[in-house]
Design a binder for this molecule. Structure first.
Ligand SMILES: C[S@@+](CC[C@H](N)C(=O)[O-])C[C@H]1O[C@@H](n2cnc3c(N)ncnc32)[C@H](O)[C@@H]1O
Length: 270
């Protein structure tokens, strides 16, 4: 089943490849859940789904507890009168100003389907700033939301930094990590480059955590771009290379075909 949100770096298109490489376990943990493509298309007894985007996690929690009523409420925003630039910017302002979690969550679904190209972007003050998308007839993902709601009953949702989640791993867990991608080209200022607020130091820290967890018997699968830096950082893992067509990129310049790596950190031999 497709995720109900369009999300940068969404893994729906390669979920079958990811599934093949995920070991069995009692609980699947996703420190960077995004739209939840892997959660929705796997079958673990329990899930711990985390992201540091509080708006996203509040939406998931609201859907999990409110179900049909919330889906109906979200649908009420998908009317032709709301599909104009003027109305879009008004509702975007409401989204940024409101403290009402249910309204904010419903507006995130609206903005996601009426905004430009499935982008998710905030300004320096934390304001959502994606421009109007000009879609003829925005799709309301009713079946997808209903499926997410059903599956969410077996999931726990948190807002935290990935380091906190990895520190709280326990035996029986399996980790799937989909961090913001490293940049495709290794530029001169590479060591300080940070894409989507995720620095190279954080990429390295994630790899260190993966080795540590694997040694403790907790397998970790990570996806990322296939670059020299990543090959170096993930050298202790079993690597699979994929060619992935990408339609939404965090970075417009990186569009098109990009090599993708799946790295499985597993076993005490690491
Ligand atoms: C590539 S996306 C995940 C895509 C997801 N696998 C899917 O299929 O939609 C990366 C996610 O990591 C989140 N993120 C970025 N930095 C983070 C951090 N330090 N800790 C936890 N999550 C973070 C972003 O909000 C984003 O949702």
């Amino acid at each position: 089943m497709r995720p109900f949100l369009k999300w940068p770096g969404g893994k729906y298109r390669i979920v079958h490849e990811i599934k093949k490489r995920l070991p069995p376990g009692e609980r699947l943990v996703e420190p960077f859940v995004g739209s939840g493509a892997v959660f929705l298309n796997t079958d673990y007894p329990a899930y711990w789904l985390n992201d540091n985007n509080a708006d996203l996690i509040n939406l998931y929690r609201t859907l999990k507890s409110e179900g049909e009523e919330f889906i109906r409420y979200c649908r009420s925003f998908f009317v032709p009168e709301n599909n104009t630039a003027e109305r879009y910017y008004e509702l975007r302002e409401t989204f940024n100003a409101t403290k009402d979690v249910v309204l904010k969550s419903a507006l995130l679904v609206y903005l996601n389907r009426h905004g430009y190209n499935g982008l998710v972007r905030y300004n320096a003050h934390g304001g959502y700033n994606v421009p109007f998308g000009q879609y003829k007839r925005p799709y309301f993902p009713e079946d997808e939301m209903r499926y997410f709601y059903q599956r969410a009953q077996a999931a726990e949702f948190t807002v935290a930094d990935f380091t906190e989640v990895m520190t709280a791993a326990r035996p029986g867990d399996v980790f799937y990590c989909d961090p913001p991608y490293v940049p495709l080209s290794d530029t001169a200022n590479f060591t300080t480059y940070s894409a989507g607020g995720f620095s190279i130091e954080q990429q390295k820290e994630l790899a260190r955590f993966a080795v540590k967890l694997a040694r403790a018997g907790i397998p970790v699968l990570i996806s990322n771009h296939d670059t020299e830096f990543i090959q170096q950082a993930y050298q202790k893992a079993q690597i699979t290379r994929l060619q992935v067509p990408r339609f939404i990129s965090c970075d417009g310049a990186n569009r098109g075909k990009a090599g993708e790596v799946l790295a499985l950190f597993e076993g005490a031999r690491l």
